[in-house]
Design a protein around this ligand. Structure first.
Ligand SMILES: Cc1cc2nc3c(=O)[nH]c(=O)nc-3n(C[C@H](O)[C@H](O)[C@H](O)COP(=O)(O)OP(=O)(O)OC[C@H]3O[C@@H](n4cnc5c(N)ncnc54)[C@H](O)[C@@H]3O)c2cc1C
Length: 326
């Protein structure tokens, strides 16, 4: 049961949602930021952390991950409430604002900023049937705390940058680390692949996971060679699956806001068809819309100022800060 009513709730912890939550804090709003994944970061953090961006104002060049690190520092400055691993399912108007039904509970808010980008990210699941009771003790899709793996035998499935990063980060912590990938080549940065090759991580390529079964208080991960007959198995404490993410925006269709081609239609105030709900970033469409971080950063202050004017019509909003903030 919700007990606290926030002034502004931002749905989506991608770059644009994070900047909007910060900007709302700069205007002293009581802010809640909800993100479906366990980590803030949106597309740059999850889809292209190593890519260099050249079109962010003030940064001649910056990687996706470094930009997200900066935004995380910025968004926490005014201490908004941030709930990750929280997928917003339904938005219901109430006489005083909105009720948000989420996977972790119900929240109430006076205004909503939709910053859901291309949709809620969820991890791509292992493509074999396994007992769901093995999650999360033995099969995990996120690593919250590397220390939980101390002294354990760990297998990691995946061949991209973050699978390699997990393997290298766990090498000095875990008892043993196995990396399973369906190709002989890894898709990571050359420097990371070189570190991997020089590490004690055991690479199993080209292998696919064929089955995962419980064995005493551990798991047995059966591996099958891709286009070959070799079979092997690993007896480990944990299997970390890092197959990337899928995004899903079917919830948007149930939130009642007007859409065009699966994007929220907004006017020049970033207002949707429902008073009190604004939308920004990749989630929106309007004539001339560009799906760029810089455009979303411009839309965020418009939406926040409009939301505050909607909530407090008699209050004059300052356009920018006039002194140093602390
Ligand atoms: C490969 C690639 C390269 C790119 N390169 C550039 C570039 O060089 N420069 C540039 O400006 N742009 C680039 N972009 C585009 C840029 O990443 C997007 O414009 C930007 O990420 C949009 O930010 P956003 O916050 O609106 O959405 P997103 O980054 O998509 O973040 C949305 C967040 O909302 C969360 N969410 C969604 N639904 C829910 C829900 N129901 N409940 C809770 N949380 C939810 C998602 O999990 C996600 O974290 C690139 C995109 C890709 C794919």
């Amino acid at each position: 049961m919700a007990t606290h009513t926030y002034e502004i709730t931002v749905i989506g912890g991608g770059p644009v949602g994070m900047f909007a939550a910060f900007y709302a804090g700069l205007h002293s709003a009581d802010v809640l930021l909800l993100e479906s994944l366990a980590e803030l970061g949106g597309q740059p953090g999850n889809l292209y952390p190593a890519k260099i961006l050249y079109d962010i104002g003030g940064y001649p060049n910056i990687s996706g991950q470094a930009l997200i690190t900066q935004l995380k520092t910025q968004v926490t400055h005014f201490h908004p409430s941030i709930h990750t691993a929280t997928n917003v399912l339904a938005i219901t108007p109430t006489p005083t604002g909105f009720t948000l039904e989420t996977t972790t509970g119900t929240y109430t808010t006076k205004a909503v900023i939709i910053a859901t980008g291309g949709g809620a990210f969820t991890p791509r699941k292992l493509a074999v049937d396994y007992d769901p009771a093995l999650e999360p003790e033995h099969i995990q899709y996120f690593v919250q705390d590397l220390e939980e793996m101390r002294g354990l035998d760990v297998a990691i499935a995946g061949g991209g940058d973050s699978a390699i990063d997990w393997a290298l980060a766990l090498e000095p912590i875990a008892k043993s680390v196995h990396l399973i990938h369906r190709r002989n080549q890894f898709r990571g940065l050359e420097s990371s692949v070189a570190k991997l090759q020089a590490s004690s991580v055991t690479c199993h390529t080209p292998f696919l996971i064929d089955a995962v079964t419980a064995e005493a208080d551990r798991i047995n991960v059966a591996l099958k060679e891709v286009r070959g007959d070799r079979q092997t198995s690993l007896n480990v404490d944990k299997l970390l699956v890092n197959y990337g993410f899928v995004s899903e925006n079917k919830q948007l269709r149930q939130w009642g806001v007007a859409l065009k081609h699966n994007a929220v239609t907004v006017n020049s105030q970033m207002a949707t068809s429902i008073p009190g709900i604004y939308a920004i970033g990749d989630a929106v469409t309007y004539p001339g819309k560009l799906k760029l971080i810089a455009s979303g950063f411009g839309e965020a202050p418009i939406a926040i100022n409009e939301a505050l004017t909607y909530l407090y019509p008699d209050r004059r909003q300052a356009t920018h800060s006039t002194q140093l903030y602390h």
